[in-house]
Structures are given as C-alpha cells and as structure tokens.
Design a protein around this ligand. Structure first.
Ligand code: FAD
Length: 631
C-alpha cells in the first residue's frame, strides 16, 4: 500500500511521556481534538522509568519548604543559566500539579500522618520529592493514561466512539513537521509495524519527545531517545538553546558491559547511601565547591546527623547537584582510586537495614541482583557517570510553551531553559506536569486565535518531499550499515564531547560529524518497510547527527565551565558567559549555526530571595547594581 493514511486533528502531540500526556489532557479539556503519537508502545516512555520522584514544595515533611526555596534551589542547581520565569512558574505550580494527580487517582507513599511523603534529593534543601517507592514514573504515567481513558469514555457516551476526540497512535514515528508559510500545518511519519506513511493535518503540534541520550555511548536512556523533537524543531525553523548542557548522572551501573550506563537512582544517596573510593574514603568531602560550601557538611559526623536532624546540621556532600558529583567520581577514577570495573563504590548496605532497602529501593535491589549478581543489602554497588538528560532544548515562551514557529509548542525534556546548565533530580517529573499543561493550553488558545484567518493547509509537495526522504535509506544499495555509523557517532560523542571537554577534541568531533553526515547520505537499510529496525535507525541518525552538531558546536563556543558543560581549558564559571544563551538554528546548508542572545534578566523580587554575597559568585556587578542585601 503506497497510499498515505491521512488524519485531521486540532492538536498533534508528539510523545506520550508525562509532558505529552499532560499536554493532551489540557488541550482536550479545552475542547480540542487531539492525536497522541508515540514511537514505542503507549505506556513505555522514559517517564515510566523515573524512579526517585517529582519535586514539589508542598512542605509535607519539612514545613519550612515553599516555592521560594524551590526556586532558589533550582537556580543554584542550574548555576543561574535558567530561564527565571520558567523556574518561577515551575516552583509555584508543581504542588498543584502533584495534588491534581492525586485527585486523578495516583497513590503516592504517605507520611505517618497521611500526607504525601517527600524524600531528599541532591540540591533540594528540604525533602521534596513526592514518590512511589522507586517507581514514581510508573504511577505518574498510569494516572495520566487513566485520565486520557476517562476522556475517551466521556466521548463514547457523546459520540458512540471512544476515539472521537482523543486517539493514541502508538508505534508511529514522526519524521517531519509540515508548514504553511511560517505556520505549522501538520506532521508526517511512518507506522513502525508495517512502514506505512501517515499524515496528520493540524494547526498545532506539541513536541514532547524527550531526550537525546542515544547520541552518546554510555547512557541511561533507552532506544527511542534520539533527539527527534530537537531535530524536528530545527528542521521546521525553530531554535534550540544551550545544547552544550548535557547531564551526566553520577551513578550509572558500570558492570556488566551489556547494561553499562543503566541508572542507579539518586534515591540511594537520598536515603543514606554513601560514595567511597577504592581506599574506602568518603571522597565527596574533598569536592565541595565554594559556591556550595555553606550548605554542605564538612565532617562525616555532621553529614550523618543530618539524616535525623536536618534543621541543625548541613547536608552530606553526596547530595550535591549531579554535575558536581559526576565530575568528582570522574576525578577519583582518573586518579587511580576507582573500583575493579572503573567506577566508585556506592554503599547503602551498611547504612540501612536490609528490610528498609527492600522497601525503599525495590527496583534497585532487583536490578543489581538480576543483572550484576550483586546483593545491595549486603555489599556495595559499583557506579560511574552516565549520559542522562539534556538541559538544552527548544527555545520556548515560558508561559505558553510556544516555540519561535507559530503553532509549534514544546514541553518536557525537549524544551530548553527551565533547568539552566544542570537539572536537579526530581525537577523533570514536575517540569513535565507544569509545562505539559501549559503547552496544551497554549496550543488550544493558539487555535482559538486562528479562527479568523482559517486553518493552515499542508502542501502536496512537502508531503512528497517527506516521503522521498523517508524512503531513501531503503533505496540505496550496497551502502553502509546504519549501526556502524551510529556506534562511531556514540563513541565520538562519549570520547570527545563527554563529561570533561577540551577545545582540540571538541573541534575534532565537529569534523568527524561532517564525515558521519556524508556517510549517512549513502546509508542503506536492506529489507522492506515492514518492521525494519535498520531503516528506523537510519532515519533516527539524521536527528542524532543534527543534535550532535549543535552540542559539539555549542560546547566549543562556550568558554567556561558551568553545570553540564565542563571545559578543562576554561575550568571556572564566568559571570559574562552567564548572561549568554547559545541559540542554535540551521543555516542554508542545514548545518547548525550559533547565535548569542541574552539570558532573560531575573526580576528584582526573585533576586532578593538570595543573599547578595551568593549572587556575586554568579553575576556581574552591573547586574547587581542597586540591589541591597535583603537578609
Ligand atoms: P519521555 O517520557 O521521554 O517521552 C517521550 C515520548 O516521545 C515517548 O512516548 C516517545 O515514544 C516519543 N517520541 C520520541 N520521538 C518520537 C518521534 N519521532 N515520533 C513519535 N514519538 C516520538 N526525572 C525526575 O524528575 N525524577 C526521577 O526520578 C527520574 N528518574 C529517571 C530515571 C531514568 C532511568 C531516566 C532515563 C530518566 C529519569 N528522569 C527522572 C528523567 C525523566 O524521566 C525524563 O526527563 C522525563 O520522563 C522526560 O519526559 P518527557 O515527557 O519529556 O518525554
């Protein structure tokens, strides 16, 4: 069948993780018809893998917590590169989004007095992560899916068709966004099962495609995180910001090789786990940077007391933001104090009784027992950094999630700005809910505003071009195998644009990427369109190469070290660079080009939440002019 399956909706949401589902619910609640399109099975997004919890300043466990403390922590974690309006909206709205989930049926773990329980996590001043054991994402997705189903049940009553207003297109991959002039007009893709092409005509598209982890070799991300949304946005003329900021989570499994990079949740440290080197030393005390010294314990005794009495002691340095912990582990291993498999030890067995570990960290127990034959209730784990999250993403308006292309919205991991140069754990699940909702609302309002000018139309020529592009790898004979190019790309990004970056190496990566792009042009994926993973990878490679080009070029440009971007040749943070967002777009040849734009200024009332002495560590005197120490 060569004919293209064609559908028409108000809003097409690409991605069925937390951000996509929350956006779809909001758009449907505002009366729009919605298609939810996802690359894998419905229910198998990254969100489902989230373990630790969703950060929201509800103050259930420590009444001192509130949105202002959460805002402060988020800005500190992101080293002040965050879009301050996004960090503000997120901190203010996250509690409502978590309570709303509970109303929709989510069953969070409880405190003794029956409130939603909250756990400690790196960089959060108070226990703040609402959680369900170490399987929070599963409950979040289950609840959101249930909310989608309840709309479908209502629609059945009204229209006699469950899918009258919301339909899920699972195992469908979008390969191109389509436009009418400047505006979004739809999306083009294929069905994974049989390779048939699909066309969605729609005036609004919400990108909620998640991350880019598969561009790197060692990653916690699964197969579908190939930066599709980032690339689709670029190809449609939208912009990405700060793509150099990549989060390497400090604790991935380092052994066995087949699952190297699989995530070991930060909850292990939040619940008391400590990091030691091969000499048995709790080395994190040696790595507390100046900007954080006031908030972190200096001795093991103080750190240990904090778990029982957090108001009168400072936090253990194992709970520093992720970028700090990842770099420290990297340094220990490099200095020859690593474990047999090239990581460090993470031990919870000497910190908590076995039954507590089984209750609080059941997935971790099974993951280590089954995959590595390690019993975490009795022995330490071996862990090391793994590529986990991309802070960079589509440049959006904080309030509406609108990109620079009319009709195109982005939320969740694919959007940029919220997390600055480094995301705090738990701030993603809350981000998905807060900005997923805003994107759905933004799309609905955009459509309402269109009524007068009419809906944009898809052009046949654009659809044909998308079809020809998608078929190309099947039609080349004797070309290279997509898996070879992918493996080399991943190795290059890992080795040359990884956790510690050097100018010459990143420049070498930029050149290699040009070579990979040429090789991709000639790639061939033998076989038919029916369930052909080689073909799918060949198409994904276009996206990964575009993303990698942005990451490498931005990493070369930013001459400082900040959060998820560490330059060995520029090891310090620079107050001048803090003011700059690196904005990536495509030039006429389809290559990444960068432009420097100012980071939005932080409102005075928000600046006054910090001590002036702290702000001075990040900002120029000029920016702080006229500001007095409010404390
Ligand atoms: P995702 O949940 O990643 O979903 C993306 C969706 O887009 C999927 O449905 C996918 O199929 C679809 N898609 C992608 N490309 C296409 C395409 N071309 N066409 C159609 N569909 C497409 N964060 C926290 O806050 N707390 C945690 O405890 C936590 N734990 C984590 C544990 C692990 C192992 C991992 C990997 C991440 C964790 N994170 C955590 C991060 C968090 O889970 C993710 O950042 C977040 O779930 C991303 O959600 P999203 O809605 O943006 O996208």
């Amino acid at each position: 069948a060569t004919e293209i399956l064609t559908y028409e909706y108000d809003v097409v949401v690409i991605g069925a993780g937390g951000a996509g589902l929350r956006a779809a619910i909001e758009a449907r609640a505002h009366g729009k018809s919605v298609a939810i399109v996802c690359k894998s099975l419905f229910g198998k997004a990254h969100t489902v893998m989230a373990e630790g919890g969703a950060a929201a300043a509800m103050g259930n466990v420590n009444a001192h917590d509130n949105w202002m403390v959460h805002f402060r922590d988020t800005m500190r974690g992101g080293k002040f590169l965050n879009n301050p309006r996004m960090a503000e909206l997120h901190a203010k709205e996250a509690p409502d989004r978590v309570w709303e989930l509970e109303e929709w049926g989510a069953l969070f773990d409880r405190t003794k007095d029956g409130k939603i329980s909250q756990r400690n996590f790196g960089g959060h001043e108070y226990p703040r992560l609402a959680h369900v054991g170490d399987r929070t994402g599963l409950e979040l997705i289950r609840t959101l899916q249930q909310a989608v189903v309840s709309f479908q049940q209502k629609d059945f009553k009204e229209h006699g068709d469950y899918e009258a207003r919301v339909k899920v297109f699972q195992e469908h991959t979008v390969t191109r966004l389509l436009k009418d002039g400047d505006r979004i007009a739809g999306a083009f893709g294929y069905r994974r099962e049989d390779g048939r092409f699909v066309l969605f005509k729609a005036p609004a598209v919400v990108l909620a495609t998640g991350g880019v982890g598969k561009t790197f070799k060692v990653t916690s991300n699964s197969w579908e995180y190939t930066g599709d949304g980032h690339a689709l946005a670029l190809l449609a003329g939208a912009t990405l910001i700060n793509m150099e900021c990549i989060q390497f989570h400090p604790t991935g499994m380092v052994w066995p090789p087949s699952i190297k990079g699989a995530l070991v949740t930060e909850s292990v440290r939040g619940d008391g786990g400590v990091l030691r080197n091969s000499e048995g030393k709790r080395f994190m005390f040696d790595y507390v940077p100046d900007v954080f010294r006031k908030q972190y314990a200096e001795t093991e005794e103080e750190a240990d007391r904090w778990y029982e009495d957090p108001d009168n002691n400072r936090r253990p340095p194992e709970l520093l933001p992720r970028d700090e912990v990842a770099r420290s582990i990297n340094s220990e291993v490099k200095a020859g104090r690593g474990t047999p498999h090239g990581g460090v030890f993470l031990d919870v067995s000497t910190r908590l009784p076995a039954e507590q570990i089984l209750k609080r960290l059941p997935s971790m127990y099974h993951q280590f027992k089954e995959l590595a034959d390690v019993d975490i209730t009795a022995e330490p784990m071996e862990v090391g950094p793994t590529c986990h999250y991309v802070m960079g993403g589509v440049e959006v308006d904080p309030d509406t999630a609108a990109s620079t292309v009319p009709g195109l919205f982005a939320a969740g991991e694919v959007a940029g700005g919220m997390h600055g140069s480094n995301r705090l754990g738990g701030n993603s699940l809350s981000d998905l809910l807060v900005f997923g909702r805003r994107a759905g609302l933004g799309a609905a309002e955009y459509i309402d505003g269109l009524a007068a000018g009419g809906r944009p139309a898809v052009s046949d020529a654009d659809v044909e071009a998308a079809r020809v592009e998608a078929l190309a790898p099947l039609e080349h004979d004797g070309g290279e195998n997509p898996y070879t190019v992918h493996a080399e790309l991943q190795q290059t990004m890992n080795d040359l644009v990884g956790i510690i970056r050097r100018e010459a190496e990143v420049a070498a990566a930029v050149e290699k990427l040009a070579e990979f792009r040429e090789r991709r042009e000639k790639i061939s994926a033998p076989g038919t369109r029916t369930f052909n993973p080689g073909w799918h990878l060949a198409l994904d490679l276009r996206n990964m190469l575009l993303v990698a080009d942005c990451v490498a070029k931005a990493a070369l440009e930013r001459q400082e070290s900040r959060g998820g971007h560490t330059r060995e040749d520029y090891p310090a943070m620079s107050a001048e660079w803090r003011k700059i967002n690196l904005v990536c777009s495509l030039d006429e040849q389809g290559l990444a080009q960068l432009e420097r734009k100012p980071v939005p200024t932080i409102r005075k009332d928000l600046l006054e939440l910090f001590e002036l002495s702290e702000l001075k560590k990040y900002m120029t005197d000029e920016e702080l002019e006229g500001l007095e120490d409010a404390k």
